[in-house]
Design a protein around this ligand. Structure first.
Ligand SMILES: Nc1ncnc2c1ncn2[C@@H]1O[C@H](COP(=O)(O)OP(=O)(O)OP(=O)(O)O)[C@@H](O)[C@H]1O
Ligand SMILES: [Mg+2]
Length: 195
């Protein structure tokens, strides 16, 4: 994907400052390539964008233009033999590309998450949705089961799953597509804001 020299900018007008107001996500001159027998496929060719905290950036482009690869690269999940040739990914001002797998896994658990397009395959069909949300919540914390259940119920409510305490025990196939997708959104969420 080539977004050209002018970066797509999700920054709020006037939200320009260093430190505490560092962009939630900033990508600079990202290049991703796949070596193949027929030569190198340049999947992402010089993409730059910034997203300020609380802002949303939509990326639109034709099929095969590199939208998914640019997102996967942010999480260090470019599939082999593809790799990032060049570029910088910053989360809250910290450079995260080039971290080792352990450090990247911590970033993925706590700071950046991806909601994939296939919520049915992303959820385990033989475990209840509630248990999966609770497990995801527990993964990056030390907490007992009761606390995890309580947190999972709050997360299900927060993503507008109706009657969370009843729905907690639903298996993925018992929920609507939208509910499953929202359950996925609940899963990697960091702490629930106190608001
Ligand atoms: N394993 C691979 N080997 C070689 N090329 C690949 C591989 N995976 C992806 N590509 C190429 O990388 C380019 C970018 O793919 P990407 O999946 O990012 O496109 P996209 O913009 O998300 O498309 P869509 O809108 O169809 O989802 C495509 O040209 C694709 O063919
Ligand atoms: Mg895609």
């Amino acid at each position: 994907m080539t977004v050209g020299s002018a970066p797509a900018d999700g920054t709020a007008p006037g939200a320009e400052a260093a430190g505490a107001t560092a962009d939630a996500l900033r990508v600079d001159d990202l290049h991703v390539a796949f070596p193949t027998r027929d030569g190198v496929i340049r999947a992402v060719a010089g993409v730059s964008y910034r997203i300020a905290r609380g802002r949303t950036l939509g990326i639109v482009g034709e099929s095969g233009s590199g939208k998914s690869m640019t997102a996967l690269a942010v999480l260090g999940l470019v599939p082999r033999p593809g790799r990032i040739l060049k570029g910088t990914v910053r989360v809250g001002g910290d450079v995260i590309n080039g971290l080792d797998e352990r450090a990247m896994s911590r970033v993925r658990g706590a700071r950046v998450a991806m909601i994939f397009q296939e919520p049915m395959t992303a959820l385990n069909p033989v475990l209840t949705v509630g248990a999966q949300v609770a497990e995801a919540w527990s993964l990056h914390r030390r907490a007992d089961t009761g606390k995890a259940r309580e947190a999972a119920l709050a997360l299900l409510a927060r993503v507008r799953i109706p009657e969370p305490s009843r729905r907690y025990g639903d298996y993925p196939h018992q929920m609507s597509g939208g509910m499953r997708q929202r359950a996925m959104i609940a899963m990697p969420s960091p702490d629930i804001p106190k608001s």
